[in-house]
Ligand binder design. Structure first.
Ligand code: PNS
Length: 177
């Protein structure tokens, strides 16, 4: 639970994997709030999606990618996002918005979340122009077909994706996953 005078925001997502677009939102959020909690959706959250990385692996990659941000922590998301947020003393959910195509889905979620808990609000940060085309699903496709991931994901994620392709353990030796 946050101290009463701390401004805390929750940044939720699947992060399968974390991209430079996600990182941009975390860095900007970390400059706006005292603390950011990244809430990582569990493997089972979307039955239509087969995750490339397990929740633990995605959290480990996020930990590595956010190591330079002392006010950012990473937790598994359990239950409703608004309940998770309120339980941590936060009143703000931050999200990145890339293009008009994101809008409809995000509007429905923001309105549902507000209906569930009016005291928790959603704050959207516009993706930086150079990241507006980057999504985890496109990154997974580029990786699967052997394309370069340079500039799309943090270097440790590119390394982990190469390891996954080769059938090797992810983040071997780092002790984080
Ligand atoms: O990165 P994603 O896959 O777009 O993230 C989706 C996520 C995790 C933000 C969304 O599925 C979510 O909020 N899940 C938590 C469960 C919940 O509260 N559902 C009701 C939302 S309206």
């Amino acid at each position: 639970m946050a101290a009463p005078d701390q401004r805390v925001a929750v940044y939720p997502g699947s992060f399968d994997p974390v991209t430079v677009g996600h990182l941009d939102i975390v860095e900007r959020g970390a400059a706006l709030f005292d603390r950011i909690i990244i809430a990582v959706a569990p493997d089972s959250s979307n039955p239509d999606k087969r995750p490339l990385f397990t929740t633990e692996e995605r959290m480990g990659l996020l930990r590595g990618a956010c190591a330079h941000l002392p006010n950012v922590s990473i937790e598994p998301l359990q239950g409703l996002l608004v309940d998770f947020t309120a339980a941590r003393g936060a009143r703000v959910i931050i999200k990145g918005l890339r293009a008009v195509s994101d809008f409809e889905y995000e509007l429905a979620m923001a309105l549902m979340n507000r209906r569930l808990r009016p005291e928790v609000d959603t704050l959207y940060l516009m993706a930086s122009a150079e990241h507006s085309f980057i999504s985890s699903s496109l990154v997974r496709e580029v990786a699967r077909l052997g394309g370069s991931l340079a500039g799309l994901v943090p270097p440790l994620v590119a390394q982990a994706m190469a390891s996954r392709r080769e059938g090797e353990p992810v983040l071997r030796g780092s002790g984080t996953v």
